[in-house]
Design a protein around this ligand. Structure first.
Ligand code: CP
Ligand code: NVA
Length: 309
């Protein structure tokens, strides 16, 4: 049994195995209906319990489909309806109960500590569905999408992030180390990645390039990533943050400095950080990106259950 909490803690070879498995499974699903199971039904009979402390459209639905395709079932519980939320039952007792009834626990939370506390008390795998510090399922799936579209290992591509230094970027930075790709970040001065991330990059003898000029960051990029300026866990002055990012909008002018075959990716939901013409234009692959969540998450679950082929 393995957890899937942060990319930085998962061996690179395991992350690669997940992507190889996802590709094989995706290739086998042409012309199969959404909820038809994969032939081998590798998780038949298992119950996966999902819990969301914050909103989710894509993660919730893509995991529902992923779990169904693996032959397992899923139930979504709300913290406010559990004793954990209202009746004061301890996290340890809740974890024991989840482990008694369920085979895996999938959690989106406002607290990194909660994921870590659950992981210590569960006897079933836990998957991080987004926390303040990371969004590992999203980013591993994005690596898959990049390689699928560009038909090259991501290590041969120039990856660029324009936007806030948030949970998605933290996971992208972790991916840049695990998959060894070059990463340029374009963000205002006061919004650079946090110290714990920079320290980890240094410890791994890797560099990430941070630019305050978005055009410099995007120059010769093969892939431009972005995300909302204001994230779900942001508590600060949102108007000020949006003002601070006003020169970092991804528009067709910015995309002109990227490579001719470059693509644009965004995990969604979006705000004003990208212009309508780029978001809906030829370079944008955001719908393929969203769909691939299903395929990669299936293999993430199989990794957790020791069932990768
Ligand atoms: N990209 C993503 O995780 O979307 P949701 O918040 O809708 O799950
Ligand atoms: N950074 C965003 C990602 C949403 C999928 C957030 O945390 O709200």
């Amino acid at each position: 049994m393995k957890n899937f909490i942060n990319l930085k803690d998962i061996p690179a070879k395991d992350l690669r195995k997940i992507l190889i498995d996802a590709k094989k499974r995706k290739n086998k699903r042409k012309k199969i209906s959404t909820l038809d199971t994969d032939k081998d039904k590798p998780l038949k009979g298992k119950l996966l319990i999902q819990m969301y402390e914050k909103q989710s459209s894509r993660t919730r639905l893509s995991f529902y489909i992923a779990i169904s395709q693996l032959g397992a079932s899923s139930i979504t519980v709300k913290e406010s309806e559990l004793h954990l939320g209202k009746g004061g039952e301890s996290l340890a007792d809740t974890a024991k109960i989840l482990s008694t009834y369920g085979d895996g626990f999938l959690l989106r939370t406002n607290s990194d500590k909660k994921i870590s506390d659950f992981s210590k008390n569960l006897t079933i795998p836990i998957v991080n569905l987004l926390s303040p510090s990371s969004h590992p399922c999203q980013v591993l799936s994005d690596v898959f999408t990049v390689e699928e579209i560009m038909k090259k290992p991501i290590s041969k591509l120039n990856i660029c992030w324009i936007g806030d230094c948030n949970n998605v970027l933290n996971s992208l930075i972790a991916a840049s180390i695990k998959f060894d790709f070059s990463l340029n970040i374009g963000c205002p001065n006061n919004y650079s990645p946090p110290k714990f991330v920079i320290d980890w990059v240094k410890k791994n003898k890797k560099t990430i390039n941070i630019f305050n000029d978005p055009k410099q960051a995007a120059k010769n990029a093969d892939v431009v990533f972005s995300d909302k300026v204001v994230s779900l866990n942001d508590k600060g002055n949102k108007e000020k943050k949006i003002r601070d990012f006003k020169n970092y909008k991804i528009n067709s002018e910015l995309m002109k400095v990227t490579r001719p075959q470059s693509i644009f990716l965004h995990c969604l939901p979006r705000g004003n950080e990208v212009s309508e013409d780029v978001f809906l234009g030829n370079k944008s692959k955001v719908w393929q990106q969203a769909l691939n969540r299903v395929h990669v998450q299936k293999s993430i679950l199989l990794y957790c259950f020791g069932k990768l082929r």
